[in-house]
Design a protein around this ligand. Structure first.
Ligand code: NAG
Ligand code: NAG
Ligand code: NAG
Length: 347
């Protein structure tokens, strides 16, 4: 974590040394994803990505799965928020034109979803050009256990994704730096969360030999970590470095201030960064359909979700099991009763 200690200046150096790229895919891609579409092929991609997609017969389904994975996780993480990760093209594309925190999240969750899906597709034998991870790199443990099983191939995946998202060079602008940075955060996080998993072999519970392999963390954990970083994202501005003439990222904070990591005031390579303050997502605009009509939970988020407009109460009748009794030893028999249930909808 050397970079996080260096703080601001670490990021400046990091950012400037990055190749400026276009990295559009998944929830950040244009026309790449159509709602409810089941026909998906490489044609939707940019020229370079299309070529990489067509090289492997398992790739189209893998890429499609990656988009769906990112979408589902994004919507899960934001289901109780004003912005609920609407992926309909109209709103999403307008958000992508800006540099909101939400835009940052879309970049990170897309690259993370792709990294995760490709690594797993290798071990599931879906892709032709990669297999299980079979690298043996932990020499000190070699005597007590062996690598085996079929590990998720994070090495191949990371290389593939970096190449896949590394498009033609675009202008030297702030947005390109921010997009690349956030995209890299997603890739790195999936790699950092790879766990070694082991299984014991031996006579009745002894662990005479162990087989270990690398396993990805469930994507829901990646989503949770990224959501946390979204909540603690740093606003950055562009300044021109007088000696190099290049744009660079800095936090709008006095230079030379002591960086204090525990107060969360420094930037590291794992932090999400953004440029523009987000709208409040309360009412309909080009970024959001607004929260009118959204279901909220009275005890927790109605106040915030409904933006002070209040809510309507709708009463639904739902069937629920009731008057349950145990039959014989181990079987429970219930009647179905109609119960009234109140749901709250933002005005
Ligand atoms: C300008 O860029 C150079 C080279 O990357 C770097 O050493 C220097 O610290 C930068 N200047 C400022 C004010 O950030
Ligand atoms: C960093 O933050 C902690 C907790 O707020 C504080 O106790 C500490 O003195 C700070 N260190 C510096 C160098 O400011
Ligand atoms: C998000 O909210 C909009 C209304 O603001 C609603 O139409 C849409 O179905 C919601 N999407 C998800 C995935 O919950």
């Amino acid at each position: 974590m050397l970079l996080s200690k260096i703080g601001i200046f670490g990021l400046i150096i990091l950012a400037v040394s990055l190749q400026r790229t276009e990295s559009y895919f998944g929830l950040t891609g244009k026309n790449v994803y159509l709602d409810g579409d089941t026909e998906w092929d490489c044609k939707r991609l940019s020229k370079k990505q299309r070529k990489m997609c067509r090289r492997d017969s398992g790739m189209p389904e893998t890429l499609y799965e990656a988009i769906r994975l990112s979408e589902r996780e994004c919507q899960m993480q934001f289901k109780n928020e004003r912005w609920n990760c609407t992926t309909s093209d109209r709103y999403r594309e307008n958000i992508l034109k800006k540099g909101f925190k939400e835009t940052s999240f879309l970049y990170a969750i897309s690259s993370a979803g792709l990294t995760h899906t490709v690594a797993r597709a290798c071990s599931r034998d879906v892709l032709e050009r990669c297999t299980c991870d079979e690298s043996f790199n932990d020499e000190k443990n070699k005597e007590t256990w062996q690598w085996g099983g079929c590990g998720d191939n994070i090495k191949y995946s990371q290389k593939f994704v970096q190449n896949f998202l590394n498009g033609k060079k675009s202008g030297k602008d702030l947005r390109a730096l921010v997009e690349k940075h956030n995209s890299d955060v997603g890739i790195r996080l999936v790699r950092q969360e790879v766990k070694e998993t082991c299984k014991c072999h031996g006579v009745s519970g002894t662990c005479a030999t162990k087989t270990c392999w690398r396993q990805l963390s469930p994507f829901s954990e990646i989503g949770k970590l990224l959501k946390d970083r979204y909540e603690h994202a740093y606003k950055v501005v562009s300044t021109t470095n007088e000696s190099t003439g290049q744009a660079q990222l800095v936090t709008p904070r006095p230079k030379g201030e002591v960086v204090n990591r525990t107060e969360g005031s420094s930037l590291g390579p794992n932090d999400l960064v953004y440029i523009d303050n987000s709208p409040n997502f309360c009412s309909r605009s080009k970024f959001t359909p607004g929260t009118s009509g959204r279901v909220c939970a009275k005890e927790t988020n109605c106040k915030v979700m409904c933006c002070g407009r209040g809510y309507n109460i709708k009463s639904n009748e739902v069937q629920k099991p009731c008057r349950c009794r145990v039959v014989w030893c181990c079987y429970v028999d219930c009647d179905q009763c109609l119960e009234r249930e109140e749901i709250h909808l933002c005005k």
